[in-house]
Ligand binder design. Structure first.
Ligand SMILES: [Zn+2]
Length: 253
């Protein structure tokens, strides 16, 4: 395990999100590495400081009275209408939940979706958000998606080809849950977002630059794929070419 890999896992370790095997791997690395020992200590101290900091503030009662006096008394907000509101809320939640399996994205607004893809990439880089399932084994990552998505994304181990499989996660693009497969090239994270598309035609990959990130998108086997990274355009193209080739060889992942 390299320091870069360990660094991603340290946060998960602190938050108790690692399985025993991965936790042991990280701990073994930390035991032998001064830099990661120092990082782990710093992360633990930061977490402890945030946990113990008294950030709750109780407003004085005169402030509460002034606010209550300033708000007009609402008429007719009975407990019943409140409960009806909650019931409606749970209907909406239920509909949103069924959205989890409907991962067909429209292609009409490509620019907006591309910028959502970049936002999702940025979100994923925040500590603890990169992977829901952390594994370098495609036979662990692939089944993890089954049951969470109608169509689980092709998970292809490209480690031997220079792109390390890190894991996968559920993400949200265009208000829908889709699968993201996570790779690393040196210190660069590559998020590969995969969604079903009603458009079955194959479209060749092309790269664009959005907000300083390279985003490479293509369509294949009824899937829309976006690879996003701060990796340079040439290497990201290399990634998508190797992925496409492997996908063909694997018979669609
Ligand atoms: Zn280290």
């Amino acid at each position: 395990m390299t320091c870069d890999e360990a660094d991603i896992l340290l946060h998960a370790l602190i938050d108790g999100e690692l399985d025993a095997g991965h936790a042991r791997e990280v701990e073994n690395h930390v035991a032998a590495c001064k830099r990661c020992t120092a990082d782990l200590k710093a992360y633990r101290e930061m977490k402890a400081a945030v946990t113990t900091a008294d950030v709750r503030f109780t407003a004085p009662s005169h402030l509460r009275q002034r606010i209550e006096a300033a708000i007009p008394r609402s008429r007719g907000t009975s407990r019943r209408s409140l409960l009806a509101g909650f019931a409606m809320g749970s209907v909406v939640s239920a509909i949103a939940a069924t959205g989890l399996v409907a991962i067909v994205l429209r292609d009409d607004d490509e620019r907006r979706i591309a910028s959502e893809v970049v936002s999702a990439h940025l979100r994923s880089l925040q500590a603890g958000h990169l992977t829901d399932v952390l594994s370098t084994d495609q036979h662990t990552v692939k089944p993890w998606f089954n049951g969470r998505l109608d169509v689980s994304p092709p998970v292809i181990d490209l480690t031997a080809l220079g792109f390390t499989l890190i894991g996968g996660r559920l993400d949200y693009i265009d208000g829908r849950a889709i699968g993201a497969v996570v790779y690393k090239r040196r210190a660069h994270v590559i998020n590969l977002f995969v969604a079903q598309t009603p458009n079955a035609t194959h479209s060749a990959a092309r790269t664009e630059d959005i907000q300083g990130f390279n985003i490479r998108r293509w369509r294949d086997h009824g899937l829309s794929l976006w690879a996003v990274s701060d990796l340079n355009a040439d290497e990201l193209a290399e990634f998508s070419e190797k992925f496409e080739k492997a996908m063909q060889a694997n018979g669609n992942g």
